[in-house]
Each structure stands twice: as C-alpha cells, then as structure tokens.
Design a protein around this ligand. Structure first.
Ligand SMILES: C[S@@+](CC[C@H](N)C(=O)[O-])C[C@H]1O[C@@H](n2cnc3c(N)ncnc32)[C@H](O)[C@@H]1O
Length: 286
C-alpha cells in the first residue's frame, strides 16, 4: 500500500479542503512565538479558521497552539487581540532568542519576534560599561538580549502596561539578570525627569507609532558628555525619513542640543504604503 505523504506546506496541507478561490486568499506567512504560531486569516476564510489552524499544526511540529489575529494593535499598550483556533488552548508562549528565554502572554502584552535582528545589531554597538535606557520595554526583549550579547553595565527598562511589567519581572528572573536590568513601571514622560536625567549612554525607543512624542525624554536621558538614541518610527514609504529627521531637529532645538545622524535604515515593511525605519543619532547639550 502506498504511504500517504506528509504535507510540506500549509497550502499543500489544505489541498482538497479549500476551494481554488479560498486557497488564493490564504495568507501563508505567520509569526512563530516559540511554541505558538500567530497567523492572519482573510475575513472570507474565518469560518475555516480551525481547519487552517489544524493544517498548520500538522505541517509544523514545533507548535502546540495556533492563534489568529483578531484585530489591530490598539491603545497605548499596543496589544494585539488574538484567539486560539487550534491545538492547546493557551496564550502563554515560551520563546527563545539569542540564548535568552521569554515568557509572553499573547493578547495581554505587545510582543514581536520581528525585531530580533535589531536587538542583535544594537547589542554589537554597545560598548563595555554602557548605561542603557530601554524605553517601552514590554516583557524585556531589548534589555535582556543586551545583557546576554553585550558588556553593558546596566539597563533601565521602562514599561507602562502593568501586565507587560509583570512579564518583564518574570523574564528578568528567568534569565537571571537582576543585577543588570532595573525594571521601572511607569510612563517614560514622568520617569525620565524623576529618575533618568543625564544617566544614559544610549537610549532605545521601540515605539514606532507615537515614539516621536518621547524624543525629548530620550535626549534628556543622555549623559552630559553625549550619547546615542535609536529611534524607531513608521513612515510612508514614498516620503522616506524626512519627517522623523525633522522631529529630531525640532526636539534638539527645544532642548538646546546638537545632534548628528549616524545611520538611517529600513527595518521592515509594515503595510503596502508604510515601512518601519530606525534612525540612530548622537546628541549632546550645547
Ligand atoms: C511596540 S511595544 C514594544 C515592546 C518591546 N520593546 C518589544 O519589542 O517587544 C511598546 C511598549 O511600550 C509601552 N508603552 C507605551 N507608552 C509608554 C509610555 N508612555 N511609557 C512607558 N511605556 C510605554 C507599551 O505598553 C508597549 O509594551
């Protein structure tokens, strides 16, 4: 008897189960957050969500659960609603990156594996004994990966969402970096003037939607001898980085600082018209 071949892709696993028209609407890319796959499903295919989820489980043995995205990232905590469509009914993922372990409660906190290359890139730029301002820290991927891949002295990890802060505390414990990462629950706008003025050699700002409103706080946190900011932002692809460069200049002018752009680059495509960019700049009080 001929042995049934195991499907090699999601499309293959759904052959004969979806019509040709439905297969054309199938989005085959997905995010892997450890043992949980997060997939987008076209609105015309939502009734087939379980079928699609089961097919994904059958082709990828690493997953125990498949979730579908059920809305946009929303609110100031930037949380994306998701729901389980197949496998074990859990939203608690266990994720590994650069030798670090993270526990992530999907649907309650922001998390994206897509900035892992950026975390590595910045780790390589950090010099021995640097003090880092890890703004918008979420459950801690930036400061915790820095602990592992750089020789920084310390990172202040500032996060506003109490649920993400809880995850941050947990992940600091999991990775045994209590002596290197100081978690701070609060709003960057209030925390910087109270605790972080002129404390940092480097500040990371992974808040691509709205981060421009915190540029002054990032610059105020830089040491008086100067420091570096990594500023993430969504831009219209056609317009490029003109707007964020203008925002940096304006914030510097208000604070009486001089700045120099060190690098500007695309991080990833976000939508048909938008992309995420990062601008690395140096700044110092005049
Ligand atoms: C886009 S997420 C990035 C999270 C994390 N750095 C990562 O890469 O997974 C932005 C985070 O900033 C937090 N946040 C938003 N506004 C904030 C503020 N004013 N002060 C501190 N944290 C804030 C949100 O709760 C969210 O966890």
């Amino acid at each position: 008897m001929e042995k049934k071949k195991k499907p090699r892709s999601l499309k293959e696993a759904l052959e004969g189960k979806l019509s040709k028209k439905e297969r054309e609407k199938l989005i085959t890319s997905f995010d892997s957050i450890g043992d949980i796959a997060v997939i987008q499903i076209h609105e015309d295919l939502q009734k087939k969500a379980k079928l699609i989820g089961d097919a994904l489980l059958s082709t990828n043995k690493q997953f125990k659960t498949v979730c579908m995205v059920s809305g946009e990232h929303k609110g100031k905590y930037r949380v994306q609603p998701v729901k389980v469509i197949a496998g074990k009914k859990t939203l608690k993922a266990s994720y590994r990156e650069s030798g670090c372990l993270f526990s992530v409660y999907l649907g309650k906190v922001f998390f994206s594996p897509r900035l892992s290359t950026e975390r590595m890139r910045i780790s390589q730029l950090i010099k021995e004994n640097e003090i880092i301002g890890a703004f918008f820290a979420g459950v801690g991927p930036f400061p915790i990966v820095f602990t592992r891949l750089s020789q920084m002295k310390k990172a202040y990890a500032v996060e506003l969402n109490p649920e993400a802060y809880k995850g941050l505390l947990h992940n600091i414990g999991l990775n045994k970096c209590q002596n290197k990462v100081e978690p701070i629950l609060g709003d960057v706008k209030k925390v910087v003037p109270k605790m972080l003025l002129e404390k940092c050699d480097r500040v990371v700002m992974p808040l691509p939607k709205g981060g421009e409103n915190f540029l002054k706080e990032a610059m105020m946190a830089l040491k008086s001898e100067g420091g570096i900011v990594h500023f993430y932002r969504f831009v219209e692809r056609e317009k490029g980085v003109g707007q964020p460069l203008k925002e940096i200049k304006e914030a510097a002018k208000e604070l009486g600082m001089k700045t120099r752009v060190l690098r500007k680059k695309k991080v990833r495509s976000f939508s048909a018209s938008k992309e995420q960019v990062v601008i690395d700049f140096w700044g110092k009080k005049i």
